[in-house]
Design a protein around this ligand. Structure first.
Ligand SMILES: NC(=O)C1=CN([C@@H]2O[C@H](COP(=O)(O)OP(=O)(O)OC[C@H]3O[C@@H](n4cnc5c(N)ncnc54)[C@H](OP(=O)(O)O)[C@@H]3O)[C@@H](O)[C@H]2O)C=CC1
Ligand SMILES: O=C(O)CCC(=O)C(=O)O
Ligand SMILES: [Mg+2]
Length: 471
């Protein structure tokens, strides 16, 4: 790769072997983006924590060679593209993440107004990092707005390349928007746009491939980590061919690729009712499954029968209570899900959601365990091995350069990165240090303002406390 601004560090590349596993050398080169706004303070603090943990655990045998790559405001001041225009996301940054496989980044600003599209989303799309994994768990002692934050232990698999985040939209009043409106109204015969002349439009692409690779990854994660359920979140009652299809394709992948390891919630209901009363007829099971069965049309009743027969065909492998050992795959409509992750979080284990709903759900869940100051994330393509780890929060510009905010989210994203690299011991050391430090009530402003008897630390002070607690 021809680098113009990036200085390649001494070290070796992480690669992906033919066996599908990562080959991680003892001195891997890891590209990082510091980030805009608070990113600068957070990165400075976080990198010290990573290096201290790796140094403590491996005593110099292993060491990360950090390689700075540029995006956002920092890149804008440095780079020009081939036409001499300033560049927010230079090619060599994208190339570095492609070449070195695993990287980490701080937050990047996306102004709501103006033409600049999200650099964060662009990176995910350019590297096809189709999974945004956001595990949400509670650290004892963290102040929370709910009564039992310890009940939250959810891994969110958010689809990362499609949905309304694809950025396919047109502003009202532009000629492209006029063309699109005419196409909708004239060619497609759409007559449901309430105010066509003044509407802006967006397109929401949801594909079978995109949905299935995401849901497959969620199921594999759930099986690997012995989780009990995967909940597919959608708004399929309203958006039939996007959200509804996401749900459908999810069940398809669950029951075709993982048949001997999963049971759907409805299959479990059918099998359980028969386990409890083996003499039940198909019609009696149908009445238990569908309380409105007798009011259904003959076609709907036939569909219910077919569903029951298909579940009963699993009796040899799943019947007589065997299904209880299997991973349950179920689905839930988005609006009720937003209530239930708050009121009954224990019922959620792994969630598979489309891009927008996954983004929103991850913040709602993070709020319950102390906020986005400690909510980590990873953008991953499990086929190519490419991964960029990043916090859930943004650049919080009002706190930029104040050495104030919580670096926990980037630090925990780094923990995920170390786990991904197989450097589990160093990941565990950081997690234990976070547990201990919060237990000692040594916290940044976001926790201190709602925590009785806490000591207020700066961003860098929190990193120092973590390093002191690494033993
Ligand atoms: N992946 C990324 O890079 C992301 C980038 N963004 C971008 O960031 C910019 C700002 O977005 P905005 O909507 O204000 O959201 P932010 O997440 O940047 O900030 C919102 C609020 O969250 C709290 N917060 C954020 N980070 C921390 C932290 N590290 N420690 C403690 N509290 C924190 C602060 O709350 P309080 O005021 O209560 O102290 C802050 O005011 C936008 O341009 C947006 O597009 C947004 C999300 C993700
Ligand atoms: O890219 C951005 O500016 C915001 C993206 C975001 O909120 C997210 O991916 O969680
Ligand atoms: Mg977000």
């Amino acid at each position: 790769m021809a680098h113009r601004h990036v200085t390649v560090s001494a070290g070796e590349k992480i690669t992906k072997g033919t066996d599908g596993k990562l080959n991680v050398p003892d001195n891997p080169i890891i590209p990082y983006i510091e980030g805009d706004g608070t990113g600068i303070d957070i990165w400075k603090a976080s990198v010290r924590v990573f290096d201290a943990a790796v140094g403590k655990v491996y005593g110099g045998k292993r060491r990360i060679s950090w390689m700075e790559v540029y995006a956002g405001e920092k890149a804008f001041g440095m780079f020009r593209d081939s036409l001499g225009e300033r560049a927010w996301l230079p090619n060599e940054t994208v190339d570095a993440f492609l070449e070195y496989l695993v990287g980490i980044k701080g937050p990047l600003t996306t102004p709501v107004s103006g033409p600049i599209r999200s650099l964060n989303v662009a990176l995910r799309q350019l590297l096809d990092l189709y999974v945004c994994l956001r595990p949400v768990r509670y650290f004892q002692g963290v102040p929370s707005p709910v009564k039992r934050p310890e009940d939250v232990d959810v891994a969110i698999f958010r689809e990362n390349c499609e949905d309304l985040y694809a950025g396919i939209e047109w502003m009202t009043g532009t000629s492209d928007c006029d063309r699109f409106r005419r196409f909708l109204l004239n060619d497609m015969g759409v007559d449901k746009v309430r105010f066509p002349e003044s509407s802006s439009f967006a397109v929401k692409p949801i594909s079978r491939e995109g949905s299935q690779r995401l849901i497959k990854a969620a199921i594999e994660y759930a099986l690997r980590n012995r989780r009990k359920s995967v909940t597919i979140v959608h708004k399929g009652n309203i958006m039939k061919f996007t959200d509804g299809a996401f749900r459908e394709w999810g069940y398809e992948v669950a029951t075709s690729l993982f048949r001997q390891q999963v049971v759907t919630e409805r299959e479990a209901l059918i099998l359980d009712s028969l386990d409890r009363k083996p003499s039940l007829s198909i019609e009696e099971i149908a009445r238990l499954l569908e309380p409105g069965y007798d009011l259904m049309s003959p076609r709907q009743q036939e569909a219910a029968h077919n569903e029951i027969c298909s579940a009963l065909s699993l009796q040899a492998t799943h019947g007589a209570g065997k299904w209880k050992k299997f991973l349950v795959v179920r689905d839930s409509v988005a609006d009720i899900t937003f209530q239930q992750v708050l009121s009954r979080p224990k019922e959620f284990d792994v969630i598979a959601a489309m891009n927008l709903e996954g983004d929103l759900l991850s913040e709602l869940l993070a709020a319950q365990v102390g906020g986005i100051g400690i909510a980590p994330g990873a953008n991953i393509n499990y086929e190519t091995g490419h991964a960029i780890f990043e916090a859930t929060h943004g650049t919080a510009p009002k706190y930029a350069n104040l050495n104030k905010v919580n670096p926990g989210s980037v630090i925990l994203s780094g923990v995920m990165m170390l786990e991904y690299m197989g450097w589990q011991e160093s990941a565990d050391l950081i997690t234990r240090a976070i547990d201990r430090t919060i237990g000692q009530k040594l916290v940044t402003y976001d926790f201190e303002r709602v925590m009785q008897g806490a000591t207020l630390l700066t961003c860098s002070g929190f990193a120092d406390a973590l390093i002191n607690n690494m033993n």
